[in-house]
Structures are given as C-alpha cells and as structure tokens.
Design a protein around this ligand. Sequence first.
Ligand code: IPM
Ligand code: MG
Length: 356
Amino acid sequence: MKIAILPGDGIGPEIVDQAVNVLNVLGLKFEMETAAVGGAGYAAHGHPLPEATLKLAKEADAILFGAVGDFQYDSLERSLRPEQAILGLRKHLQLFANFRPAILYPELTGASTLKPEVVSGLDILIIRELNGDIYFGSPRGMREAPDGPFKGSREGFDTMRYSEPEIRRIAHVAFQAARKRDRRLTSVDKANVLETFQFWRDIMIDVHKEYPDVELDHMYVDNAAMQLVRAPKKFDVLVTGNMFGDILSDAAAMLTGSIGMLPSASLDANNKGLYEPSHGSAPDIAGKGIANPLATILSAAMMLRFTFNLGSEADRIETAVKKVLAQGLRTADIFEAGTTKVGTAEMGAAVVRALA
Ligand code: IPM
Ligand code: MG
C-alpha cells in the first residue's frame, strides 16, 4: 500500500501532516513518500509537476494531495503555474472520475448561508468527469479570428469535446455510485444549446438501459444551479462534465457552509486515486496553524474505502471526525459561539485521540 504524499502550497503541508498522523495511528502498513508539487515543485525543480513527482505518483497506489497555488506564482506563464500540477496529474494518470460529496454535518447546520430547513441533513454526491471537455479539448489558443463578424481581430478560443468512450465510462461510474445510494441519478448537461452535451445526453440514456433499477433524469446546467440552492435535498447523485462540474461542485460545497469539511476523490479505471480536500491552498492563512484539517482527513478515509478496500477503517475515521465535532471542537472556519476554537494541530490530535 504505497501512498504518494504531495502537500503542495499554502496550507497544504499543515493539513496533510494531520491526515498522515491519522493514517499512521490506524496500525496499517503504509509506505509513504513525499514529493514537491505546485508552486513548491516550481520553487524546488522549476516545474509545478516535477518529473520525480510524476514518477512517484505513477508508482504509488494512491496520492494524498494537499492544495496548490500561491500569489507569488500568479504571474508565471500558464504552463508553469501551480494549477498545472493537478491538471497534469489528472491527465497523466487518467483520473477521470471525480467524487465530490456535499454533506452537512448536523452540528454545522448553522454554518450554511441557507435556511436550516433547506439544507439540514443534506447528503448529495457530485460526480464530475475530469479528463475531457473544454478543459483539455484542442485546438485552443489565441489567434487572429479566421471568420465571423470580428474576423481579423485577436481572439481566444477553446474546444469543448467529449468522445463516446469518455462519456460511457463516467456514466457507468455514476450509475454504480447511485446504486450504492438512493438509486437516483441526475445528468446535468446543456443539450438545448451544445452538440457536445446533446451527445452526452444520448449516451447517458443508452447506458441507463444497463441500470434499470436506477432512476435517471436530465437537467440543464442553469436549472441545476438554481435547484442546488432552491431545494438541494431533492438530488441524490449528479453526474456532469468537467466544466459544469467545476462550477456546480463549488456551489454545492457552499451549501454546507464549510468547504473545510469536504473531501474528494479522483479515480482511474482501476480505483487508483488522488485524494484531496475540496478547498484550495488558502495562502492568506498559510503557516498560521488555523486551517481546518478535516477535509484532508476525510479524504484519507475516502482513500481507504476506494483504493484500499478498507471500508471499516474509513468508517472509523469518519466516526472519529463526527465525535470531535460532537465534542464541540471547531477550527476558525466553522467556529460558532458556544463551541471551542482549536487550531490545525489540535484538531488533528483530537481525531487521533478519538480513534484510539
Ligand atoms: C478544482 C479546481 C481546479 C479545476 C483548478 C485548480 C485547476 O478549481 O479542482 O475544482 O478547475 O478543476
Ligand atoms: Mg474548482
């Protein structure tokens, strides 16, 4: 069980440390190796995804990833920016299936900006395709417009495209995930405007024939955005493309009011995975010891469940997290009057204690 530890930038190292402590207390035999990624990769080796880091990520069974990005790297050319590390890992390792659960813990209902009756008990799962769409489609670039009303002017362009096998494989992942839950799947598209997503819808309908026990419906992305804030509990599992999934998963995360609590998994076809918190590198609070490590700790739990088939160990971690919340411990991002404010290391240590 080899795990590549890629802490990255900003609060990444602090939160990953806590997740590693949690993994170490389980008494399992993990081999862990750490490497630089993102801005830290650029600083150390001149590239956000250094060759040695990519090699380690390929060899490992799973990757525990912190976060990448820091103000100081914003002016670098695109290919050297920290974000290229995560995009490169997703592409090189064919991590095409991104699981982004949005769960509202009962103790944190007050953290949401939405009314309690709208969000209490929320438990939905967004499955985002991660290897295709306008994120990776070619051609792309900047050029002189070859046609259209602004022919000859400078323009930027990207290409939205999805191949049939790409849609089929994410559809299977989504139907199978829905089977393990409430058996309801909503496919989010823009079939009314985009050819890519009419095709997406056609394939979803075709794959559905293999999963008659799962209820499938289709929703345009603009309506899905509206329904997510109007009545989010009506959803069970959503499946969508890379671009729409990026946007909707941030909206869904905020329903819970605590993006510091949400883990994510990005899987290949063999359940090798990259596990990372849903939030970013928060460079403004880096090094202060106040970041919430729970999303990363919960990502480690997802790793045990998905990659290592250690479901009961994953349950143990999730139970321990619930226990520290019930004890009233809160990092600054989820703090409310009447609870106890703790730092990153204290929160991690509390989870370790709850596991013992
Ligand atoms: C995410 C992030 C990334 C994305 C960025 C950092 C490249 O927003 O994981 O959602 O757009 O996919
Ligand atoms: Mg995003």
